[in-house]
Design a protein around this ligand. Structure first.
Ligand code: BG6
Ligand code: MG
Length: 215
């Protein structure tokens, strides 16, 4: 083990909120008579709110004004917040707490690099806000994933270079961001979608034994 920090994505890695983002976007798309399925959603994982909205609206023949877009993004976020209202420690994905314990036991810094402005609420609900040595503020990061900015922001906060850090992501855009930051990547999900990761695991349950202990 030769890394000094492990930087986690949140949605779809630590908890299954990726599914709630999908449900909220799908509801919005259907209200506008736009088709939106799981394959479309793979493109949006890790992608910020307004950029995701633009992707969905591009599938419509209609044009939308800036104020309509603001209203639609607000509506999606209200629906998403309803879905996460009761999030609790029971919503942690398997294997994440053991991974945190293992990292902490070795003095490895633990960071959060989520594109979501709801991340602070989610980690509080999960009861893990204290685990992180640094949480990136998505609102202050110039360029979203697949740009490396958010992962580099966390590395900078730790005073580390990219090659001293690893990142854990479920999104293709996120894996690209980690690699662009000069870090090693563990992907969680589909091997074809996350082809550029150094290690891909189907689920989080073996993150420690097949991911962190091997990378
Ligand atoms: C990412 C999710 O973590 O955050 C995306 O993978 C989401 O689906 C993005 O669009 C922004 O989230 P929010 O909560 O700020 O709208
Ligand atoms: Mg994610």
């Amino acid at each position: 083990m030769d890394f000094k920090a492990c930087i986690f994505d949140l949605d779809g890695v630590i908890t299954d909120t990726a599914h709630y983002h999908f449900l909220a976007w799908q509801r919005l798309a259907h209200s506008l008579d736009i088709e939106f399925g799981l394959t479309d959603n793979d493109r949006l994982k890790g992608v910020g709110r307004m950029e995701s909205l633009e992707f969905i609206l591009a599938k419509s023949a209609r044009a939308f004004s800036d104020s309509e877009k603001e209203q639609l993004a607000h509506q999606k976020n209200e629906d998403y917040k309803d879905l996460i209202r009761e999030i609790s420690p029971a919503d942690m994905l398997p294997g994440i707490i053991p991974a945190f314990d293992w990292l902490k036991g070795r003095g490895v810094k633990v960071g959060l690099a989520s594109a979501s402005r709801n991340a602070p609420v989610v980690i509080k609900g999960l009861g893990i806000a204290d685990v992180f040595d640094y949480v990136a503020d998505a609102g202050t990061i110039p360029n979203g994933k697949p740009a490396p900015d958010i992962f580099l922001d966390v590395a900078n906060a730790f005073g580390l270079d990219g090659h001293e850090c690893i990142g854990v992501e479920d999104a293709a855009a996120g894996v690209t961001a980690i690699k662009a930051a000069g870090m090693r990547a563990i992907g969680i999900g589909d091997r074809d979608v996350l082809a550029h990761a150094d290690i891909v695991l189907a689920k989080t349950d073996r993150l420690l034994s097949e991911g962190l202990e091997r990378i």
